[in-house]
Write a protein that binds this ligand. Structure first.
Ligand code: IMP
Length: 451
């Protein structure tokens, strides 16, 4: 006979009702979806803004009162004065770039006192940037004119820094910038390991002593910002505070789920939040999937709906589609709903934020890709890698365009009916409700429905 179980004393859950207290803003395309604007807007309704992935490869631009701010490492929430802006452990931090960004914001009168940096975050050192550039050069087409294999990275040292993180012994974390001995041994090892590659490059082998001295100087300046952000965030959750997670890059650049190998080196989607901050997945929701009303891509890799004509040029000019980080003209194309539907599925998006919708005004017709043809087969599923996607031809549905400028609209009803039809088509195809629509760069130029 089974022994009766002893009555257990009830345990007060450590964190109560956390579901719904952490909003996540995640890009559903190849980055540059307009996440920065949305985060800046939502920051006012949250108690902290948290970056969890990527590094200075990201470029978030925010326009406030006609003034444009370009942010790379610092969460866009910094523009809400005094609010904690947290750079989580999953981010790779170039201290030089971070300090420059802090100085730039301060010189424009922005209060950066809320900035906090995880001691667990990994560091991008000058040799990572040299390695990134060298690898890209080596991957370019050879003299025989064969196809190149370069990724088209931002050359910000992102991949090499994440690679060191996974290699472990020679990696440097922010906390190490405050400990000379540890730093010297790690940098020494990294320089030895990297010498065979870098000695052949323009900068030659990295000098460990100079690297250590420079890095210690950065560490001293960053010291007041460095903290154990994992506990900081959990303390906030426990106190009932609302966190806002700001994704960088985009889901189609995710190292696992993107168009591999033409991806970045981090988990850009929802899964990156838990590993990149220490906040459990159960705390995350609602999840805003951010998408442009069309598609863009920077760097190499397949892009089935890419436009190489006057329509593409028009969208590029109206949308100011030039990289915030590198200034490179972005590749532009029609909206790819196969890709967006896949990205919304991967992330469990609970609503969609359609950005840069005003850019499409004035086009007679708007095409959207609803399926692909791959080797004669039609599919509405996103292929698992770049090789398969490069063989996909888009199947387009053509919708009527709208001629009116829409930047003054403040409600859905203010939009012309053809514009509303386009939005409805997106919602129905992605099977996720519309949360907001952006019709201009300013905070005011946003139609807010669910978010
Ligand atoms: P990496 O992140 O610099 O290694 O670059 C890898 C790929 O991701 C390249 O195609 C970059 O252009 C792209 N990429 C990285 N970050 C962003 C971003 O924030 N927006 C758009 N593309 C990006």
């Amino acid at each position: 006979m089974a022994t009766p179980t002893k009555a257990r004393s009830p345990i007060e859950p450590r964190v109560q009702n956390v579901a719904g207290t952490c909003t996540a803003v995640i890009g559903l395309q190849w980055g540059d979806e307009g996440k920065g604007k949305l985060v800046d807007l939502l920051a006012a309704e949250h108690d902290a803004v948290v970056r969890y992935n990527g590094g200075a490869n990201a470029g978030h631009s925010v326009v406030i009162g006609g003034e444009r701010f370009a942010l790379h490492l610092i969460p866009s929430g910094i523009l809400s004065p005094g609010k904690p802006a947290v750079i989580g452990n999953g981010v790779v931090i170039d201290p030089e770039a971070l300090l420059k960004e802090i100085d730039g914001l301060k010189s424009r009168g922005v209060d950066t006192s809320g900035l906090v940096v995880s001691s667990r975050a990994h560091v991008v050192l000058p040799y990572h940037k040299a390695e990134d550039a060298m690898r890209e050069e080596m991957l370019k087409p050879g003299p025989d004119g064969g196809p190149g294999a370069e990724i088209g990275t931002t050359r910000r040292g992102i991949g090499p820094s994440y690679a060191d993180k996974v290699q472990r012994a020679s990696a440097v974390r922010v906390g190490d910038l405050l400990r000379r001995d540890v730093l010297a041994s790690r940098v020494g090892l990294a320089c030895r390991l990297k010498a065979p590659l870098l000695s052949a490059g323009p900068g030659g082998s990295p000098d460990p002593a100079t690297t250590v001295d420079t890095a210690l100087g950065w560490g001293e300046r960053l010291r007041p910002l460095v903290s154990d952000t994992t506990y900081l965030l959990h303390d906030m959750l426990r106190a009932g505070r609302k966190l806002l997670f700001e994704g960088a890059n985009g889901t189609l650049l995710d190292v696992d789920h993107g168009t591999y190998p033409f991806v970045t080196s981090s988990s850009t989607g929802v899964a990156g939040i838990a590993s990149g901050t220490g906040v459990p997945p159960s705390a995350v929701g609602p999840l805003v999937g951010v998408m442009k009303a069309y598609s863009t891509r920077v760097g190499g890799g397949p892009f089935p709906t890419e436009l190489h004509d006057a329509t593409g040029d028009r969208i590029r000019q109206r949308g100011r589609e030039f990289g915030t980080t590198t200034g490179r003209p972005r590749r532009v194309g029609w909206l790819d709903l196969v890709a967006v539907r896949y990205a919304a599925m991967i992330n469990g998006a609970t609503c969609l934020a359609v950005m840069l919708f005003d850019v499409l005004a004035g086009l007679d017709e708007l095409k959207v890709c609803t399926a692909y043809e791959i080797d004669g087969e039609r599919t509405d599923r996103f292929p698992p890698d770049a090789h398969d996607l490069s063989r996909a031809s888009p199947v387009f549905k053509t919708l009527e365009g709208f001629s009116e400028e829409i930047t003054e609209a403040r409600r859905l009803d203010d939009l012309p009916s053809r514009a509303r039809r386009y939005l409805e088509f997106i919602e129905q195809s992605v099977e996720v409700p519309l949360g907001s629509v952006s019709i201009g760069p300013d905070r005011r130029q946003t139609i807010r429905l669910l978010v």
